[in-house]
Design a protein around this ligand. Sequence first.
Ligand SMILES: *[C@@H]1O[C@H](CO)[C@@H](O)[C@H](O)[C@H]1NC(C)=O
Length: 276
Amino acid sequence: MMVSVSYWCLWCVLVLADSVHTWSNSLNMYWPEFLGGNRRGYEEFGARIVGGIDATILEAPYQVSVQEEGYHFCGGAVITAVHILTATHCTEEKDASVLEIRAGSTFKDYGGVLVKVQMIIEHPYFDTDSVDFDVSILKLAQPLNFTDFIKPIPLAEPWDEWPPGTFGLITGWGVTKEGLPSSAPRNLQAVYLQITNLADCVFVYGAEKLTDRMMCVWYQDGGRDSCQGDSGGPFQVNGVLVGIVSWGSGCARAGVPGIYTKVSTVRDFIDQALQY
Ligand SMILES: *[C@@H]1O[C@H](CO)[C@@H](O)[C@H](O)[C@H]1NC(C)=O
């Protein structure tokens, strides 16, 4: 059976053959050659990020929009005045010269500041097929000035662990309905999700797909999730950056977690990248 596994980057798509579960077919998980959207979203709550609500940048002042030629395609998080944390699947095969970030705005298309990217630093072990080590750093051409609207977020430490059931906040401008690029919001969306236990995640994806760099996050009943265009964005627990939106099977399906890069396991890479 085929399960489409999709990056949450607006235009990155990955379709993998999989023998694990079959419900994806019936849920129309295939997206043809995406130029946009995807990742869950049933309209339960008037869906946003999928199932989220309008947020303001004051509630997530570390959130940035990563853009190419004026178009939002991924999220990111301010970690220093000149460094943005995002996902390698967002930056791979891109030239720093075409990228910029918008910081300090609730809206992806105006307000705040636009700052050019000077350098992309990707995890050397990133693997396109497994999406392992999905973390990268954007070095900005100009430092951000911190205000109430633009603030860095502290990173999870290597020894940090969170028990299953822990709630965290996910924010972004990704699509609010799986497979529907036109559902991409202008206003930042936010939703609370929970870290799953490992067994629930292994049940869905299979142990062979999950590496130590990955963590699983969901709203168990579905209807709330990150989705295409949220990739690279922050999952925070108590004001600490714990996860980076990475990939998943569809968006907001009941019982199907999204996969996030576990920041605590890639701190050595991040700390080195911050030397640049
Ligand atoms: C930060 O403030 C300085 C001084 O006002 C200004 O020149 C610079 O453009 C600002 N940087 C950004 C990224 O907004």
